[in-house]
Design a protein around this ligand. Structure first.
Ligand code: ADQ
Length: 735
């Protein structure tokens, strides 16, 4: 059975040394729940680090770990202490994490950590590749493994690879500062589907792909290495039922069944009718806006003193990445702030902040969620924030108010929450007051809408939709309507040649017969190509016509010793039996009027330039800022269309170029002229660029048309590479 290989930095397991060797317990986090249908229920495999480094265990124990994790359908990637220091605490958490959360001042870049990051991604690649069997798919998770998709794709090009980023993707202006920006993008582009929590992250990513990696982006699709990569947003959900049911059970419990935490919470709430509780839960991370929240709470107590002795902020912070200096600093800062405020405001019977610095069992989380009137969630940057959704799921009486930072991914979905800017203390304080005083009816109407949405888009649904999208991303024909040329099609075309009296084959040149090159010298035909063409031309039923944008002088040099028909200069010149003719006596006096117009665009668009050809003008914007270039294309089109109306001039938009030329200069037009002078009862046309599209369109319907590369096309079939064109020609020659 085909399986999905899930890859994340950590396995969803707790592996601990115990007296009898090794103890493995599955962890029950949100991701593991979401992945259940992909992993446990369908024979999937999860690849990741076990949490124990090579230095901590010997060979004997290692094999015990391997056996124990295998039982859980997992495979461990062996990492050393040094890997964890450099790849995990180093590059992942001191470089990528702060950079992607807009903390440029915390972003360190060390070569050693980068090298380790590459090395560890390779270690993961090796383990994943070992697991791959025919028909398998791979789903890679998160910022620790950004290079992995490309490493897998290079070894296993046919395997569908999905990637999901759990943290924000920063705007281009931030991402561009990063020394290894291109390598990171190339790594991610090994995927067939890239998922983000929100549309904004998706948009930021696409902008960097366009501007830094210089790839063709159309809507949410990227063309890269002859593949179409799909980018989409999949907002991650939670295991809704689990939280909802636990909250229902919590309400039903008798006094005796209550936990110690619940009893303490009850004590506070029973102190007076107006006692209120405000909750915050997060990992102790500088992205979560913890100091801002405490300061805003201090501001609140000063501004609204009537709440003293009535309100309590319960702050639960999970220890996290304590080896990274910024986290140690944050811990000190948080301790000091809590100490100061408690010192300043506490009375004999009241402390304003209860601060817990530890993880808590699930039951206690539920105690906190169900007992709090308000959840105050104030990250300065957060990919999604699941705590906000968990709070919503536990409010089974539909009361309670969610105050949520607009800098979280969750804020995009949770429109009924009271949203705040985490940098604005006054706004936080006022919103907290509003939340505390919100009438029950309003609380309910907001909570009902929130619950509807959060329960519908659960973590299971998230995983399901991602997998469905991964399956359909494989279907390139959704994007390219042409069919991939297969053996059957090829046999049909070969048979049509055999059955014909006389076949003409139109062949594009740069990008069709030779790999695409900019420089004339590099475009010269190689010996293998001469031989292939010569073999094809031995067949008396076949005539070759090479069509190109190149200049006729170059073509003449390269093909002087042959008798092929040649069409050069976009279709302006034609050679037959070694004699060149101009296809039309073409006027060029229109250029005087159009050049000044295009020059104004050159001046206003740094990096663009004007190419004055013999019969055409081309404005190239490939080296300009790509988004500005595309904006200018719309302007240019408007200006030129009005300028060229009532003339036989046309405006063409190609890849990073806008071209003005006579409608009589086109490969399609030239090909039709060739067809007029001799009757061919069979036509084959192969080409790669946008000028060939006019030929595909103009040729009779029964022509066999083949596009090279994955782009939208008028051709019937497509192949991916020049090599495939060459092998098609070899097959043709063998006939
Ligand atoms: P995190 O930054 O870890 O995740 P979050 O989405 O809030 O942030 O998830 C935290 C999880 O830990 C929640 O399920 C919560 O219940 C649990 N938790 C928090 N405090 C706890 C405590 N003291 N004891 C026990 N459990 C606790 C990253 C990104 C987020 C993104 C997620 C998922 O930073 O933006 O939402 O991945 O993609």
């Amino acid at each position: 059975m085909n399986k999905t290989i899930i890859v994340s930095n950590r396995l969803p397991l707790q592996v601990k040394r115990s007296d009898n060797g090794i103890d493995v317990t599955p962890s029950v986090g949100g991701l593991a729940t979401g992945m259940k249908s992909v992993h446990k229920d369908s024979n999937g495999v999860w690849v990741g680090w076990t949490g124990l480094t090579d230095d901590e265990i010997d060979e004997d124990l290692r094999s015990k770990v391997d056996i124990a994790v295998k039982k859980e359908q997992c495979v461990g990637v062996n990492l050393t202490k040094d890997d964890i220091q450099n790849y995990y605490y180093g590059f992942s958490n001191r470089t990528l994490w702060p950079l992607f959360h807009y903390f440029l001042e915390y972003t360190e870049f060390e070569k050693e950590a980068w090298e380790s990051y590459k090395r560890v991604n390779e270690k993961f690649a090796k383990v994943v590749i070992d697991q791959i069997e025919d028909g398998d798919k791979v789903w890679v998770h998160d910022y620790q493994l950004l290079l992995l998709p490309q490493m897998i794709k290079a070894a296993k090009p046919e395997v569908p690879i999905g990637f999901f980023l759990h943290i924000p993707f920063p705007s281009y202006e931030i991402f561009r500062t990063f020394p290894k920006r291109k390598e990171i993008l190339e790594g991610m582009l090994g995927s067939d589907l890239l998922g983000f929590h929100t549309y904004d992250y998706e948009r930021h990513f696409l902008s960097s792909v366009k501007r830094i990696a210089n790839k063709e982006v159309k809507f949410n699709k990227i063309t890269h290495d002859n593949r179409v990569i799909k980018v989409d947003s999949f907002p991650m959900g939670i295991d809704y039922k689990k939280f909802e049911n636990a909250a229902k059970d919590n309400l039903k419990q008798s006094n005796r069944q209550k936990s110690e935490v619940q009893r303490r919470l009850d004590e506070h709430l029973n102190e007076s009718k107006s006692a209120k509780m405000v909750l915050s839960i997060d990992r102790l991370d500088y992205t979560k806006g913890i100091p801002n929240r405490i300061r805003a709470f201090e501001y609140f107590l000063n501004k609204y003193p009537e709440y003293k002795e009535k309100i309590r902020l319960i702050m639960l912070a999970v220890p996290s990445r304590s080896q990274v200096p910024q986290y140690q600093k944050l811990k000190r800062e948080t301790d000091e702030l809590v100490g100061r405020i408690n010192g300043q405001f506490s009375t004999v019977s009241w402390t304003p902040i209860w601060y817990f610095f530890r993880t808590m069992p699930f039951e206690n989380l539920i105690d906190l969620y169900t007992s709090s009137d308000v959840a105050l969630i104030t990250p300065v940057r957060d990919g999604m924030n699941l705590v906000a959704k968990e709070y919503v799921a536990t409010r089974t009486q539909q009361d309670g108010v969610l105050v949520l930072s607009e800098m979280t991914g969750a804020s995009k979905e949770l429109g009924e929450a009271l949203q705040i800017n985490p940098f604005n203390f006054e706004e936080i304080a006022d919103t907290l007051k509003r939340a505390l005083e919100m009438p029950l009816a309003e609380q309910k109407s907001r909570m009902v809408s929130l619950q509807k949405r959060v329960s519908r888009y659960s973590v299971e649904r998230w995983a399901e939709e991602f997998m469905t999208a991964l399956d359909s991303s494989q279907n390139v024909s959704q994007y390219v309507e042409a069919e991939r040329l297969n053996e059957n099609h090829q046999d049909n075309i070969l048979r049509s040649v055999e059955d014909s009296k006389s076949t003409i084959i139109f062949l594009g040149y740069n990008g069709t017969l030779v790999d695409y090159k900019d420089n004339v010298e590099d475009k010269k035909p190689d010996e293998a190509l001469y031989e292939i063409l010569s073999n094809v031309s031995q067949n008396p039923k076949l005539e070759i016509c090479i069509t190109s944008c190149s200049k006729n002088e170059d073509f003449q040099k390269w093909f002087a010793d042959t008798d092929y028909r040649l069409i050069s200069d976009h279709g302006a010149f034609y050679r037959k039996h070694n004699i060149w003719t101009e296809l039309e006596a073409l006027k060029t006096d229109w250029m005087e009027d159009v050049i000044p117009v295009l020059e104004t665009f050159v001046d206003r668009t740094p990096g663009s330039y004007l190419d004055v050809n013999r019969f055409s003008l081309a404005w190239h914007y490939g080296a300009a800022d790509i988004e500005m270039g595309e904006k200018r294309v719309t302007e240019i089109n408007t200006v030129l269309t009005s300028l060229t109306s009532n003339t036989d001039l046309s405006v063409f938009h190609g890849k990073e170029v806008v071209e003005v030329k006579s409608t009589k200069v086109s490969k399609g037009y030239a090909a039709l002229q060739v067809l007029k002078e001799k009757t061919f009862d069979n036509i084959i046309a192969i080409g790669d660029d946008w000028t060939d599209e006019y030929m595909f369109e103009d040729l009779p319907d029964e022509a066999h048309t083949i596009k090279v590369g994955i782009r939208k096309t008028n051709a019937k079939y497509y192949v991916k590479h020049v090599e495939e064109v060459r092998s098609f020609l070899k097959a043709l020659a063998k006939q």
